[in-house]
Ligand binder design. Structure first.
Ligand SMILES: Nc1ncnc2c1ncn2[C@@H]1O[C@H](COP(=O)(O)OP(=O)(O)O)[C@@H](O)[C@H]1O
Ligand SMILES: [Mg+2]
Length: 317
C-alpha cells in the first residue's frame, strides 16, 4: 500500500536575480512500512523535496505544479492550518541536528510530555509512563532521569533518539530523516540507522531516509531514489542498489566510495551543477564518461529498464 506519493512536482525559487527551477518533475512513491532512501550530492534537491511534502518551503520558493498524496488525499494545496494537523503528527521530521527543533529552555520531559498531552490526551503519571516507554523504545538509558535533562546536556546521538521518541509518541506514520547521521561519528551513525530499522519493523512506520552517503542508504533502504540537479535520475527497488543501478551517475557515486583494498579512488570530474545552470539535455552530460551527442540535446526521462530499475539515461532507450 502506498502511503505517500509525489507526482510531477515542480518547485522554483523566485530570487532577485530571477526565477530558478529547483525541482523538475519529481515523482516517487513510499510504501507503507518501508524505507525509501533519497540520495544525492549536496544541492541536488533532497531537502527541498521534503520541505514541499511538509509544507515548509521558504517564502522565496513556490510549487509550480504537481501533486502530493498522503493516504490518497492530495495535500499539495493544504494551508498552514491543515498542514499543522499532519506535520509532526502523521509525518514527523528528524532534522540533521534536533537542537534546532528542541527548545533549549525546557527539559526533554517538558517537551515530550507536552506532545503526549496534546496527541494522546494523557496527563500526569499516565503521560510520564508513556514518555518513559517512548524513551525505552529508542533505547535511552535511565529514561526517568533523562526526562529532567535539557537538550544541551545530551549528545547529538541522544538528541536524535529524543526526536525519534517524539515521533513515536505521536504515532507518526511517516518519519522523514534528513541527513540524520551526518553530524554523528560512525559508530553512533550505525546505531541511529539500526534504531530507525527497528522502529520501522516494530511500529510499521514508513521512513524516508535522506542522505548524501550512498553506502549508508544502499543497505538500509527498501528502495532508493537518486537525485541529481533537482531530478530523480534513477529509482531502484530492493536493497541491492550496488547491483541494480544502471545510471552512469549512480555508478560513479558507487565507484568513488573508498574500499578496503585502498585502491586509488575514482572521482567524478567537474562540479555538481547549481539551480542557475540550465540544461537543454541531461544535466549529468557535462560530467558523464559515456556521454554522446543526443545527451546534450534532449533530456532523458525515467524509464523502466529492468525489473528493479527505472533510469533516465539514453544509453538504455
Ligand atoms: N532558500 C533558498 N534560496 C535559494 N536557493 C535555495 C534555497 N534553499 C535551497 N536552494 C537551492 O535549491 C537547490 C536544492 O537544495 P537542497 O534541497 O537544500 O539540496 P540538498 O538537500 O540535496 O543538499 C540547491 O541548488 C540550493 O542552492
Ligand atoms: Mg539537504
Amino acid at each position: 500500500m502506498t502511503i505517500l506519493e509525489v507526482k510531477n512536482l515542480n518547485v522554483s525559487f523566485n530570487l532577485k536575480s530571477g526565477k530558478f527551477s529547483a525541482l523538475h518533475n519529481v515523482s516517487f512513491k513510499l510504501t507503507k512500512g518501508e524505507t525509501l532512501a533519497l540520495v544525492g550530492e549536496s544541492g541536488s534537491g533532497k531537502t527541498i523535496t521534503m520541505m514541499s511534502v511538509l509544507g515548509l518551503l521558504p517564502n522565496t520558493a513556490s510549487i509550480d505544479s504537481g501533486e502530493i498524496f498522503y493516504n490518497s488525499t492530495n495535500i499539495i494545496n493544504y494551508k498552514n492550518k491543515e498542514m499543522q494537523k499532519i506535520r509532526g503528527k502523521e509525518i514527523a521530521l528528524i532534522p540533521q541536528d534536533p537542537m534546532t527543533s528542541l527548545n533549549p529552555l525546557y527539559t526533554i520531559g517538558n517537551q515530550l510530555l507536552e506532545v503526549i498531552n496534546v496527541h494522546k490526551k494523557l496527563y500526569g503519571k499516565e503521560a510520564e509512563k508513556y514518555a518513559i516507554e517512548a524513551l525505552n523504545a529508542v533505547k535511552i538509558p535511565d529514561a526517568k532521569e533523562r526526562l529532567k535533562s535539557y537538550p544541551h546536556e545530551l549528545s547529538g546521538g541522544m538528541r536524535q533518539r529524543i526526536a525519534i521518541a517524539t515521533a513515536i509518541a505521536c504515532d507518526a506514520k511517516i518519519i522523514i530523516a534528513d541527513e540524520p547521521t551526518t553530524a554523528l561519528d560512525v559508530t553512533v551513525q550505525a546505531q541511529i540507522i539500526d534504531l530507525l530499522n527497528e522502529i520501522k519493523n516494530r511500529f510499521k512506520t514508513s521512513i524516508i531516509l535522506i542522505s548524501h552517503d550512498i553506502a549508508l542508504v544502499s543497505e538500509n533502504a527498501d528502495s532508493t531514489a537518486v537525485m541529481y540537479n533537482g531530478s530523480i535520475i534513477e529509482y531502484c527497488k530492493g536493497k541491492e542498489l550496488f547491483f541494480n543501478s544502471k545510471h552512469p551517475y549512480t555508478q560513479s557515486l558507487i565507484e568513488s566510495l573508498p574500499d578496503l583494498k585502498n585502491e586509488k579512488l575514482k572521482t567524478i570530474k567537474g562540479q555538481p551543477p547549481s539551480i542557475k545552470d540550465i540544461f537543454a539535455g541531461c544535466p549529468f552530460a557535462p560530467r558523464c564518461e559515456k556521454v554522446f551527442e543526443k545527451c546534450e540535446r534532449e533530456k532523458p526521462v525515467l524509464k523502466q529498464i529492468t525489473e528493479t530499475t527505472n533510469t533516465a539515461c539514453f544509453l538504455y532507450y
